[in-house]
Design a binder for this molecule. Structure first.
Ligand code: XLS
Ligand code: NI
Ligand code: NI
Length: 436
């Protein structure tokens, strides 16, 4: 029996449509800069929020109505849920999904049983992928919910917690390969600290690097060619997460010779928790050649935690897509909705409204970004702002023809630097608004 009998397939009806169950901007086959919107955006539905979220919060239990759930933690229920998930993703028209090992299958009494449970559900996921053509954007392991990971996983002071996490990631990599996943994500759930009195930070970071190297080596061994990502987040659940922002991740990866193996999976709400904009994080990653994928969501300025709301702000999605296009577009990555419906939006149909809104916001962002690029005035302003580096002294400095002494000579001769030009922030903000 269908879980969403009232929905056939969400279609594109154009901006004039008044149908809340239709796309007004996301037109999968439409070409933007010579590439389909489907291929530009590579939308992905997350299993954890969309199919495991209950609507609970720290102040009360779940509210979500999910009539297909039988209320048990059985493998059968998990297999049925997997079929429902694919019904949803297919009707929505998203080409990808993403999951943690523990989202899809229940834990057993021990590791062996847990692995068997996972295999039993992965069998269904594989069938459903084949039936629908929906692909796995990335897999990951949940190394943060089980109490064994209370002090962290790869950074735990308990060596056997590290070992268990290694076994879990080994299996998750095998599973991701089995499902032909395009990538694999490390989000350091509890890889951080609550206080430094009990923490050997250097040793924990060494362990984290060792863990990631083991993952890279094992992927090579089994022939998993998907892209690895690390997902920055500054805090929550720990006070300080080691992967705190894009720059901290890049520094860590560089220090431990991991940069060739991992790109970044950037999440909007994590960026803002870090005190940055998503645009900042995208530019930091892009400049390092490490912009891999995005977890598309948004926080709430008036709530201080990772609220994981669906992104609907076109200004935000325009910024995201400008950076993504600037750095050549997604290859293995995509726009992964790491977002959840609000506790008050408890009906199954709300899952459709939420994803339609996010997809349309990104489709608009893509089209606006492409228009800004085609128009060229923004880029031309930015380029001309650096004109002093294109010839004369600037070009000589860039070419390595100067040192402090020669520059002192040049400025002694001139007496002062050339006058500055206006940054024109307001003019540029006005320009951006003309495209919206
Ligand atoms: C949590 C993270 C998590 C990762 C995957 O805040 O966003 O959902 O994306 O482990
Ligand atoms: Ni995320
Ligand atoms: Ni998050």
């Amino acid at each position: 029996m269908a879980a969403f009998p009232e929905i056939t397939r969400i279609g594109f009806e154009g901006p004039q449509s008044k149908n809340p169950l239709a796309f007004r901007y996301y037109n999968a086959d439409e070409l933007v800069e010579g590439r389909t919107m489907r291929d530009h955006l590579r939308f992905s539905v997350v299993y954890w929020h969309t199919f495991r979220g209950t609507g609970s919060d720290p102040f009360g239990p779940g509210t979500a109505q999910r009539p297909w759930e039988d209320g048990s933690d059985s493998v059968e229920n998990a297999q049925n849920r997997a079929r429902v998930a694919f019904e949803f993703i297919e009707k929505l028209g998203a080409p990808f999904y993403a999951f943690h090992d523990r989202d899809v299958a229940p834990e057993g009494a021990n590791l062996a049983e847990t692995n068997r449970n996972l295999d039993a559900v992965v069998k269904v996921l594989k069938e459903e992928q084949q039936r629908t053509g929906i692909k796995l954007l990335w897999g990951t392991a949940n190394l943060f919910s089980n109490p064994r990971y209370m002090h962290g996983a790869a950074t735990s002071p308990n060596a056997e917690a590290f070992a268990f996490a290694a076994a879990q990631v080994k299996k998750a990599l095998e599973t991701t390969k089995e499902l032909d996943g395009a990538g694999y994500v490390f989000w350091g759930g509890r890889e951080g600290y609550q206080n430094l009195w009990n923490t050997d930070m250097k040793r924990e970071l060494d362990h984290l690097a060792k863990f990631l190297h083991m993952a890279v080596d094992y992927a090579k061994e089994i022939g998993f060619a998907g892209q690895f990502y690390i997902e920055p987040k500054p805090k929550e659940p720990t006070k300080h997460q080691y992967d705190s922002d894009a720059a901290a991740c890049l520094n860590f990866l560089r220090e431990y010779d991991l940069l060739p193996h991992l790109k970044l999976n950037l999440e909007t709400n994590h960026a803002t928790l870090a005190g940055h904009t998503m645009q900042h994080e995208l530019e930091v990653a892009g400049a390092a050649g490490a912009l891999g994928s995005i977890d598309a969501n948004t926080g709430d300025m008036l709530l201080g935690w990772d609220t994981d709301q669906f992104p609907t702000d076109v200004y935000l999605t325009t910024q995201c897509m400008l950076s993504v296009l600037k750095y050549g577009g997604f290859t293995s990555g995509g726009v992964n909705f790491d977002a959840k419906v609000r506790r008050e939006s408890f009906e199954p149909i709300d899952l459709f409204y939420a994803h339609i809104g996010g997809m349309d916001a990104f489709a608009r962002g893509l089209k606006i970004a492409a228009a800004i690029r085609a128009d060229g005035r923004l880029e031309e302003f930015r380029r001309s702002r650096y004109a002093s580096w294109d010839g004369g002294l600037g070009a000589e400095i860039e070419a390595g023809k100067h040192d402090f002494k020669s520059l002192e000579q040049a400025m002694l001769r001139k007496g002062d630097a050339a006058p500055n030009q206006s940054g024109r922030q307001e003019m540029l903000e006005n320009l951006i608004n003309t495209y919206l």
